[in-house]
Design a protein around this ligand. Sequence first.
Ligand SMILES: [Fe+2]
Length: 351
Amino acid sequence: MPQHFSALRILTFRLLALLGLALLVASCQPAAPGSGPASAAGTPGTLTVYSGRTEALVGPLLDRFRRETSIDIRVRYGDSAELAAAILEEGANSPADVFFAQDAGALGAIANRNLLAALPDSTLNKVDPRFRSANRNWVGVSGRARVVVYNPQSVQDQQLPDSVLGLTDPVWRGRVGWAPTNSSFQAFVTALRRTEGEDVARRWLEGMRQNQTKSFANNTAIVQAVASGEIDLGLVNHYYLFAIQKDQGAISARNYHPRDGRAGAMINVAGAGILATSNNQEAARRFLDYLLSPESQTYFTTQTFEYPLLQGLPQPQGAAPIDQIKTPNIDLGSLADLDATLRMLRDVGAL
Ligand SMILES: [Fe+2]
């Protein structure tokens, strides 16, 4: 009996030890993506979208997707650069399935760290190669053209310089407006650095400052200042003019796409990519295809006057046809280097 007893004790002890070891091993396993509350990289059946586009704009589109697919969507709204920073910090534990950014640079910042999944050709091929990642891991959804908005009462078409680089000429002294805090302006400066080099970009910014370029808080204020005659030209995106005219009727302002087709004529995109860590790849791909459907594309065109990127659709009312705009040969994903642009803008006193 004592022998029996001790054998049982040893067996019990061994069983407990094994159980303890099993628990210890289980607790030491790195959490698989998607498991555990802190690392919910996609809850199956629920798509988590980080959106750099506002709720007012994309809310109705998301509602229609929910109705049509029965896939639920959770959204974190924010500034595109801040959302990109959040995804970089969250890394493999990011709950995001999809990143819908307002500019390609924010997508490039994520793509550069290999955090985006490759997209199928069927999705990528919906848009012109100019408007998607060269590495095939994000796709443009709508187009946002840089323009010079001008007042036709004070500037004749033929007086407009071929390039924004020409705006440092003394003839434009005190007559031009820009919005240095605007992210589209900053993306343009990054494009200028990439296409013309750091020195040319810096000298241009200094020249513009010396030429008494006026700073505005945003692009809407610039277009209104042009229409009122406070300034004659402004560096903005193409759709502000149309948005203001929708509200106020015709104003004395026109868009000019610089003839030289360099950085000042760039067409940036709002676009989307799928996180490589997402457990919802299939639903995420459906969502991207949904954003590129004729209905969603037309929604952006009519709501924001942005260019549809799915080919063959009507252009925003009043806008130059996108295939007639000469644009620089630049990989939009390479506009990720925002920090150096901000440093340069501060160095020259523009920020
Ligand atoms: Fe904008």
